[in-house]
Design a protein around this ligand. Sequence first.
Ligand code: ADP
Ligand code: SF4
Length: 689
Amino acid sequence: MRSPQYDILFEPVRIGPLKAKNRFYQVPHCNGMGHRAPSGMAGMRRVKAEGGWAVVCTEVCEIHPSADISPHSEARLWDDRDIPALARAADAIHEFGALAGVELGHHGFRAQNRTSREVPMGPSSHTVVSYDPVQSRAMDKEDIRNIRRWHVAAARRAKRAGFDLIYVYAAHGLVTPMQFLSRRYNQRTDEYGGPLENRVRLLRELIVDTKDAVGATCAVPVRICIDELVGPNGLCAEDEGRDVIEMLADLPDLWDVTVGDWSNDSRPSRFGGEGVHEQYVAHVKAVTGKPVVGVGRFTSPDAMVSQVRRGVLDMIGAARPSIADPFLPKKVEEGRIDDIRECIGCNICAASDNTYTPIRCTQNPTMGEEWRRNWHPERVPPRESKDRILVIGAGPAGLECAMTLGKRGYEVGLAEAATELGGRVAREAKLPGLSAWGRVRDYRVGQLHQLPNVSIFLDSKMSAQDILEAEFDRVVLAVGSSWRRDGVARYHRVPPQTLDDTRIFTPDDIMAGAQIEGPVAIYDDDHYYMGGAMAEMLRQRGLEVTLVTPAPLVSNWAVNTLEQPKIQSRLLELGVSIRANEALVAFGEQHAELACVFTGRRQTIPAASVLMVTSRLSRTDLQHDLLSSAALWQDARIKSVTSIGDCLAPGTIAQAVFGGHRYAREFEVPPSESVPFQREIAALGDWPS
Ligand code: ADP
Ligand code: SF4
């Protein structure tokens, strides 16, 4: 049972006409499924409700085609035909006694309206937030009346769909009421512009309208950005941010307080720890009698208790911690703190939304697969046979595979060549800012130690002969990959012949402790975190570092994980010199030669060493050795040899965990369909007869 110190987290909280059963509040979060995969979205929310969250919200829900943010797939309540899809989510959330929330939003000039082709509109005429060559028009009074009308209509539909909490959304700079609030977006001269009393008018009207429409039985929370983190041009927590809350104090039924844009609200762990928003939100409770919810990647129940006891928050808001572990509240309630799968703050979940794909999570391989593959985060099917399985390699793929097979009840051996578990995660967690990523290893090692049917063998580099003698029925190879030294990735598809490789290093060398001489040219044709992390580390060691990349930005793919601007700004501040849109084409004689990716024009930079962050090679030797002795398998009782994770194909840590999980979950129970997951096929519209 739970420790009494956590009792406070299980106190009910009144929200308007409703009562939340505890203080765990899954705030709205996008998931790449939305209106295009409503059953997937509902299945994911259902699992959160089962996991004990008192409130489970949807992602933002578009209220009208005049603010369509496609190709992002968010929820929609454009008309009555959208009700059944959302009702599925509300029903699923109610199944486990949670309250269902929906975040109604009109995106103003943030919406490019790529599908609806409506002209975007905002408080003033602005370029849209993306690089689309599109501007909004300034709303007139009729438009404002329409927005109020559409919001009320959507609120009524939300109520019919079964939602309990119906939001007015004014955060992240993304939505119309927020755009009206912020000085930098609102240059109106009528009663909706100018002083804050005017700029707050639309938000006030929307709250009053929504309460009038549904407030008798539904709660009306407001999600607000209290500090835009842009100084006096926008809302500041100690200035207008506070004033807005004071002006509206007890009008909403709950304040859901956010800070900055999405990249600050979902701050990557490289750039902020647990509870990072406290300094901005701490004063909100002093100016309202209504419950206050806030986020801060809370995974520790002690930190949560501290927030409540010190009067910072009434309810613990969570998006990412609820993604990494939908059962977090249940685990606290049952006193199973060590079983919590803590979010690592990598924002692979956000990258799913940003790449318009169903959500995935590094820590939780079942995320987004609850409905499509019928995967549950806490339950796995029991074993089908007494086959004994040898997993070789204890990186994220091998750890997840061994753990999940062990939970299914199989007898498992896990052999690892190194003297510690974790593979790439153990190494990469030592890079600057990535220590939280070690949780991928820590959670799995903690679980493995609870499984008596899994035996772990450290310092055990396995050869094909060792495996043949080991007496296991199944062999799973999870032996990982190594960084290439020859420059091959996207720009060079074959190795350039112009590299003096005696002074070329790879991230593996650096993480193994190799000493590298400066000046260093880091050639990043990988584009995720490794190039930036290496640059940061070598610069901190005092080396002169130039980061060369064929991409326009450093760590270009990290745009999707909301990390990119922060990575580039950190490197610039550290004095790393950046050469974008250039490829390293030759190296020797204390200099590296770069070619412009557009013109081919060449320039040289001083370089005593090159660090290649390009691509990786799967470790396939063991597989080849085993295949060449396939004739001996039967005598050795081996029925199968399967590669998973990076040794199958190098990818993200999330992909390695997923691969390990998939093998283990589907072992002896493969999915029956030729398409290995359920799909939602769009309903055909009427066809002219
Ligand atoms: P993944 O991301 O696929 O899990 P990693 O590179 O993180 O891959 O982990 C692979 C692990 O496999 C490393 O810890 C490595 O030491 C281990 N390994 C590689 N070859 C062998 C081997 N022959 N026997 C045992 N362990 C091995
Ligand atoms: Fe946390 Fe990463 Fe999972 Fe997102 S993907 S919930 S940041 S562990």
